[in-house]
Design a protein around this ligand. Sequence first.
Ligand SMILES: Cc1cc2nc3c(=O)[nH]c(=O)nc-3n(C[C@H](O)[C@H](O)[C@H](O)COP(=O)(O)O)c2cc1C
Length: 390
Amino acid sequence: MVATVVQETPTLFSPYKMGKFDLSHRVVLAPLTRCRALNEIPMEAHALYYSQRATPGGLLISEGTSISNTSAGYPNVPGIYTEQQVEAWKKVVDAVHAKGSVFFCQLWHVGRASHHVFQPNGGSPISSTNKPISDRWQVNLPDGSLAKHSNPRALETFEIPQVVEHYRQSALNAIRAGFDGVEIHAAHGYLIDQFLKDGINDRVDEYGGSIANRCKFLLQVVEAVVAAVGADRVSVRISPAIDHLDAVDSNPLGLGFAVVERLNKLQQSLGSKLAYLHVTQPRFTASGKRDLGNEEEEIKFLKNLRKAYEGTFMASGGYTRELGLKAVAEDEADLVSYGRLFISNPDLVSRLKHNAPLNKYNRQTFYTSDPVVGYTDYPFLNQGNNDKRE
Ligand SMILES: Cc1cc2nc3c(=O)[nH]c(=O)nc-3n(C[C@H](O)[C@H](O)[C@H](O)COP(=O)(O)O)c2cc1C
């Protein structure tokens, strides 16, 4: 007699084996910059904020975390490049682990999306290019005002290995702080995306021109980080079709395929998979606009990359409960990361699971420095609902 195994369609709340990590559900905390780390050091408030959002077997991704003293482009962004920062992160990671979650650290360099006030000695931010970000975008300064981004300085070819080294060292630091893995931020118009996109990268050296050359910096970073901490602890985030901070490409799908193809090849040569590939939906822009492309095109774009990538695929951007359930049920993604809804709903996993009402988020406190207001004071379901939308 042959036993029939009934394969149930997975839902957002089904377990998932992400390499060596056994996740109990697929609702992931997206990386979210919250500007609460005074002097670039995570604080007690961070431990509370992340542990509020932790669930047994859940996956949390930290806010973008600076890999060097030239990386920041927002006030009070935590770093992972000094001993003091590593020590401070340990307490945050411990609080998350105590709740049973897996915790990845997002490694971030903003490149030209900075301002000279954030740079050592007021220098120019580094990038793939000397071209500044257009006036369409503004940078938040430490005094609360908004300004135009400073003119960047294109990295000399010989300087690039040093930046790769900062990613490598930061990954090691993150693991030392207790993080389970790292996410390399190659999305949303920041440094690595400034190399990937042909609308920004105007280099004439081996890091510019052809798509292979534009992918080179990302690949060198991934290879260095993988060699340092192991493939199964490394993930990559990309957003080929997102124009945030002028990060446009003439062929977003071609660029997405090029990255995926190289990651697949790397995985084959290592005989080991990365933890996941995280792709942000084209419809997201930081300003909250949803008018890029249409729903059908967006889903097709994501599905194409999902089909091409040989590993765990995480989708992000504008997911509601229904869209998340649909994405997993229809195999558009293995995991779905939630950003804004997780800001205002510390118990988002439980609320989604029980189809409970959601707190509305207050955009005004996304990037303020108060360690409580708009950070750790959003109520849990049993504390009643909060109605503080913008
Ligand atoms: C306040 C805020 C901060 C963010 N910070 C980061 C970040 O540090 N790194 C990153 O990769 N994405 C960042 N994002 C993008 C989110 O990870 C996510 O992709 C985006 O919010 C779309 O998902 P959502 O519609 O569920 O909010 C940020 C978004 C918001 C709203």
